[in-house]
Design a protein around this ligand. Structure first.
Ligand SMILES: N[C@@H](CCC(=O)N[C@@H](CS)C(=O)NCC(=O)O)C(=O)O
Length: 212
């Protein structure tokens, strides 16, 4: 299968990490969603990333739909979302928070970086950043697994997506993550980023910042 999209996208990255955690072999098509827009639209009619092209030629779009397909493929015993009950509800709420933060950080980043300067709307950027901060604080208040050796412990989708969210904020709007403000999320990120499936998505020249 082929994963389309670059790893600076948190939605692509969470799919790549999930593929790695679940042991799927895949090729990476790193064409750019902005630079290769016309060719991207031949993969996904929406011209967005990620897409996952399956061996039979079927193309799946949307990270949540792709993650759901991967969970279905491996079955309930290995799925990264719990199959039901309170643990599923909790995981879905964490995913809603993390995905919501990603959406708001992305909206404000596009407003700052993509929209031509004369048309930028500072109040909208401020609103998006306030919404993102609400979601980050709510995620910080959750209790996260304390197992230091994630290579020995299963990673769930809430941990994967939240860690991809943290990395994305660090790239797109680092002022929202001052060191020490969110200690639980910092610890989660440190633990998960050390996992091989996360490391495989780092750029070759990337050095993970040390804690503190
Ligand atoms: N709900 C979609 C959102 C995908 C999304 O926001 N992709 C971004 C990159 S992370 C993108 O394609 N942006 C370009 C655009 O929307 O034009 C998913 O989870 O896959």
């Amino acid at each position: 299968m082929i994963l389309v999209g670059q790893y600076d996208s948190p939605n692509v990255r969470r799919v790549a990490v999930t593929l790695g955690v679940l042991g799927f072999a895949f090729e990476h098509d790193a064409r750019s969603v902005f630079g290769d827009f016309d060719s991207m639209r031949t993969v996904n009619p929406l011209g967005r990333i990620p897409s996952l092209i399956l061996a039979d030629g079927t193309t799946l779009i949307d990270s949540a739909a792709i993650l759901d397909w991967l969970d279905q493929e491996v079955g309930p015993a290995r799925a990264l979302l719990p199959p039901g009950g309170a643990s599923r509800q909790q995981a879905l709420q964490r995913l809603a928070l993390a995905s919501g933060v990603i959406d708001k950080i992305m909206a404000s980043a596009y407003e700052r970086l993509v929209r031509p300067e004369p048309y930028r709307w500072p109040e909208w950027i401020a609103r998006c950043r306030t919404q993102a901060e609400g979601g980050i604080a709510a995620l910080e208040a959750q209790s996260w697994p304390a197992d230091a050796n994630l290579d020995q412990a299963p990673l769930d989708q809430a941990c994967i997506t939240t860690t991809c969210m943290i990395r994305y904020i660090g790239q797109a709007d680092p002022d929202l993550l001052p060191s020490g403000r969110y200690p639980s999320l910092e610890a989660l990120s440190q633990r998960c980023e050390a996992h091989q499936a996360f490391r495989a998505t780092w750029p070759a020249d990337y050095a993970m910042p040390s804690k503190g």
